[in-house]
Write a protein that binds this ligand. Sequence first.
Ligand SMILES: Cc1cc2nc3c(=O)[nH]c(=O)nc-3n(C[C@H](O)[C@H](O)[C@H](O)COP(=O)(O)OP(=O)(O)OC[C@H]3O[C@@H](n4cnc5c(N)ncnc54)[C@H](O)[C@@H]3O)c2cc1C
Length: 508
Amino acid sequence: MGEHEIKPVRVVVLGGGTAGWMSAAGIAALLPGLATVDLVESEDIGIVGVGEATLPHIRGYVERLGIDEAAFMKATHATYKLGIDFRDFGSIGTSYIHPFGSFGESVAGLGFHHYWLELARQGLAGPIGDYSLAVAAAQANRFTPPLHDSSLASTYGYAYQFDATLFGPFMRDHGVKLGVTRHEGLVTAVERDVENGNVTALLLSDGRRLDGDLFIDCSGFRSLLLGQELEEDWEDWSQWLPCDRAAVMPCSHKKGMPLKPYTTASAMPAGWRWEIPLQHRMGNGYVFSSRFLDEDAACAEIEANACGEPLADPRILRFRTGRRRRSWSHNVIGVGLSSGFLEPLESTSIYLAQMAITYLIELFPTDGGIDARDRDEFNRLVDMEYDRVRDFLILHYHATTRDDSEFWNHVRTMKVPDSLAAKMDLWRRTGRVEKYADGLFYDASWIAVYLGQGWVPETHDSRAAIPPPEQIKRALDRLREAITQQVLAMPDHRQFLESEAARLAEAA
Ligand SMILES: Cc1cc2nc3c(=O)[nH]c(=O)nc-3n(C[C@H](O)[C@H](O)[C@H](O)COP(=O)(O)OP(=O)(O)OC[C@H]3O[C@@H](n4cnc5c(N)ncnc54)[C@H](O)[C@@H]3O)c2cc1C
């Protein structure tokens, strides 16, 4: 080996679920020559197999890995997602869409929603959703990808809703093509360096061993390396997010129903229920708190509320909400469920795995030696991501007037984290959203939930009152009309999917 030749870091990924294959394929694609990647997974254990809705960030991952979007959509029976329709959260009978897109645009540096609040105060504005192209397109069940310019057609993003049981295998094929070596087997023991405690090898039940320099723990809720072997502490967040179970039951599509380009989240007496349209079926599940509802009752509820013909019996998934105190400890990095879990209300889990992979690639120990400062920075970034998502999720429960069940009474009256209390206070007093450059979620998301759940601030920026109200109204009316015209020009969601599939078939 020449003097300047780099010795690739031997990366071993434990687990072949969404997190495992996203990690393995990501490292293989983005660190060519700098790492070798081995992945071990066990068919006997299988994968969690849910996780159908995503955030727009996943498109960046798909693109960076050179995956053809249409081929990916076909293989995973995916649909497009423009946001989430929240029903009955603020109070029973209300609903709003949290869109992947903006509401209007800033004028003279002042956020659109301040002008909207000024006009709404005078009874002159329509619902805030009228000024979002993503909301209007979702409501009309239409979809076309946004443009990359500065026009109205560029003011939204989109994500995917896919069959989680097909996503892993798709990523596996891609990962193997990129050079990942796959091992089928059960890891039963872990070898450690007696001096520094680093993991040195995974031992399989049939006697095989996998040596490595860096181990990515993607073993799901088991958290075999980070939790069980390294005993990394668990930070429990169930006092704020009490849901700890899901009753899951896939359904057929209801005949004659349009294919919605969005997820529906309907609040229930002890949690909420998701409906996720895929090409071939509906994803369907009731996320609930076992403190307020037992498992049999949740299964009965999900059957009673089936969004189509049931395709399987309901099954219960149990989870804990929280995260490991450190996601990177020694030479082990937890990605996915092994490092933490925040319930799927805003479809953030795959995003959190993707961000962990992104940060790991940025801080990758290319010379094999781990610098504690890089590890600390990774943990800081991952913590920041979790904290921000946590606060946003809690808001959906806390900002409610519902008093119809013990569950809603609890979440409405509980003490929230100080970081969220400060954000809510800022909004309530001034109509402003706390600014940050990294992590989820940005202004439009917070505005959607605050206003959608009936939290109108006491005041807003007084600069919004400078232009005469008729002038603001004319601008808002023009925007609403432009949105209506833009939506009318979009194809129906199902038609768009069909035309993409036909294009793919022609190209093959
Ligand atoms: C109810 C529910 C709904 C969800 N909805 C969403 C959603 O809408 N959007 C979203 O982004 N996320 C969602 N998630 C989260 C999402 O499912 C996960 O983030 C994602 O699937 C990643 O899981 P994973 O790869 O970490 O774990 P798993 O899928 O559990 O994979 C674990 C892997 O480790 C392997 N393994 C474990 N132990 C061993 C061993 N001893 N030897 C060998 N192999 C082993 C298993 O075989 C498997 O391959 C949801 C989760 C739940 C519970």
